[in-house]
Write a protein that binds this ligand. Structure first.
Ligand code: AMP
Ligand code: MG
Length: 384
C-alpha cells in the first residue's frame, strides 16, 4: 500500500462520524439486501473510504478468493486516489480529499489554475480527455455546463465557507474570467512519438472546476477495473453517484432510492430498479445556504452569475455511462426540461449511450424523458 493510501486509511478512521453523516445526506439510498445469496458460491464484500472529497463505497458480489477481492478493492481505491490528485478543485479546504493529507502537493487541476494567464501546463490524458468532453457540452449548451466556472464557484464557495451572497461587483468581475472559450487545449507529438497534452487558461484568475462531472468519470473507470477482474455484479457509490453492475445478491436488479428533493424533508421520492446503469442526481438541496428566506444553492448559472433560478428541485439521470449521468444531471438542471430534450436526443445518437432523465419539480410533479425501458416507482406526493 502506498504512503498516500495509508494516509487515506488513517483519515478515513478520523472521518468515521463525518462519513456516517455524509451517508445520511446522500441524494440516493441503496436498499440493502442481506438475504442469502442465490448463487451460493458468491459472497458480498464491501469497502468504504473517504476520497474525491466524499464517501466512496464499493460492493462486490463474487466467488473470487478473498486475496483477489482485496486486490480489486486496492486497485479501485488507488485509481480514485490518482483521480483525486488530478481533479481535486478544493485542495485548500481542510475537509476535502487529499488536500488535508499532504499540503505540499496540489492537484493537476489546481496547477493549471495557478498558471492561469501565465503559461500552458502539461497534463495527464485523463484531465485532457475530460476537458475535451466538457468543452464540447459547453459549446452545445451555450455554457449551461461550464468547466471554466471555477472562479465563480470559489466566489460563492457554497457548501464550504460561503454563507452569504457575494457583492454583485465581485460576481460580475468573476463571470468575466469564467469563459470556457478561454481554455486552450493542445495535443502534440514529441520526437519520440509520445503524445503530450497541455492546458492553458488565458485569463489571470481563471479557474477550472470539474466537480459536476469528475465522480461520474471516476465511476466509469472503477466499473472497467471491476469488469476486468471478471466481476459482473457490483455496486459503486461515489458520494451518491451510483453505478449498478449486474444483479444484487438475490439475483435481482439493484434498487436505488431517489431522495426526496424538497429541502428539509426526509424519505424518498422514488425507487429505480437497475442493472448495468448509473444513477446520478443534481439538486438544490445538496449544498446551499439561506439568506433573507431565499435558498442559494451550488449549481450556478453562467448567464447571471447567481444560482440557477428554476422550478426544479432536482434532476436524476440514468445512463449506461456514469460520466453522462453526472455531466447531464448538472447540465439538465441548468437547462430545464425543454432545452434538455434536444441535447439528450443528440447525445444518444452521437454516443450510442442510454440516457434517461427525470425532472423533479417544486410542485412535486415529475417528468421523464426516456426511450429506454425503466423500472421506476414514484412515491406519493410525487406524481407524473
Ligand atoms: P453536481 O452535484 O454533479 O451537479 O455538481 C455541482 C458542482 O459542479 C458544483 O459544486 C460546482 O463545483 C460545479 N458547478 C456548479 N455550477 C456549474 C455549471 N453551471 N457548470 C459546470 N459545473 C458547475
Ligand atoms: Mg453532476
Amino acid at each position: 500500500m502506498t504512503k498516500k493510501q495509508n494516509l487515506l486509511k488513517k483519515k478515513l478512521k478520523n472521518k468515521f462520524y463525518l462519513s456516517l453523516f455524509f451517508v445520511i445526506i446522500l441524494n440516493i439510498i441503496i436498499f440493502p439486501n442481506f438475504s442469502c445469496s442465490e448463487n451460493l458460491s458468491a459472497e458480498e464484500y464491501s469497502r468504504v473510504e473517504f476520497v474525491l472529497g466524499t464517501v466512496c463505497q464499493i460492493r462486490l458480489l463474487t466467488a473470487l478468493p478473498k486475496k483477489k477481492v482485496d486486490k480489486v478493492f486496492d486497485d479501485c481505491f488507488a485509481e480514485l486516489v490518482k483521480l483525486d490528485a488530478i481533479f481535486n478543485a478544493n485542495t485548500e479546504h481542510s475537509d476535502y480529499g487529499i488536500g488535508e493529507l499532504d499540503r505540499t502537493e496540489i492537484s493537476e487541476l489546481e496547477l493549471v489554475n495557478q498558471n492561469a494567464g501565465k503559461e500552458p501546463v502539461p497534463v495527464s490524458k485523463e484531465l485532457f480527455e475530460l476537458l475535451k468532453i466538457t468543452i464540447d457540452i459547453a459549446e452545445k449548451t451555450d455554457g449551461a455546463f461550464n468547466p471554466a466556472i471555477g472562479a465563480l464557484v470559489k466566489c460563492w464557495d457554497i457548501g464550504f465557507s460561503g454563507k452569504s451572497v457575494p457583492p454583485k461587483k465581485e460576481i460580475l468581475s468573476t463571470l468575466a474570467i469564467s469563459n470556457f472559450h478561454d481554455i486552450e487545449l493542445k495535443e502534440t507529438k514529441s520526437s519520440s512519438g509520445k503524445i503530450e497534452y497541455t492546458v492553458f487558461l488565458k485569463k489571470t484568475g481563471m479557474r477550472l472546476d470539474l466537480g459536476g462531472v469528475a465522480k461520474g468519470y471516476a465511476a466509469d473507470k472503477l466499473s472497467s477495473i471491476i469488469r476486468r477482474f471478471g466481476i459482473e455484479n457490483a455496486l459503486i457509490d461515489i458520494g451518491g453517484n451510483v453505478f449498478a453492475l449486474g444483479k444484487n445478491s438475490k439475483g435481482q436488479d439493484w434498487s436505488i432510492g431517489l431522495k426526496n428533493p424538497n429541502i428539509g424533508e426526509q424519505g424518498i421520492a422514488g425507487v429505480l430498479h437497475v442493472s448495468g446503469l448509473s444513477v446520478v442526481t443534481s439538486g438544490n438541496y445538496e449544498r446551499y445556504f439561506k439568506e433573507d428566506g431565499k435558498i442559494y444553492h451550488h449549481i450556478l448559472d453562467c448567464k447571471t452569475g447567481y444560482p440557477v433560478e428554476t422550478r426544479l428541485n432536482a434532476v436524476s439521470v440514468i445512463s449506461d455511462k456514469s460520466l453522462y449521468a453526472d455531466l447531464l444531471s448538472t447540465t439538465c438542471f441548468v437547462l430545464g426540461e425543454e432545452k434538455s430534450r434536444n441535447l439528450i436526443v443528440e447525445l444518444r445518437k452521437k454516443t450510442g449511450s442510454e440516457i434517461s432523465v427525470l425532472f423533479f419539480y417544486k410542485d412535486n410533479s415529475v417528468r421523464l424523458i426516456s426511450e429506454d425501458k425503466l423500472s421506476l416507482e414514484v412515491k406519493s406526493p410525487f406524481a407524473f
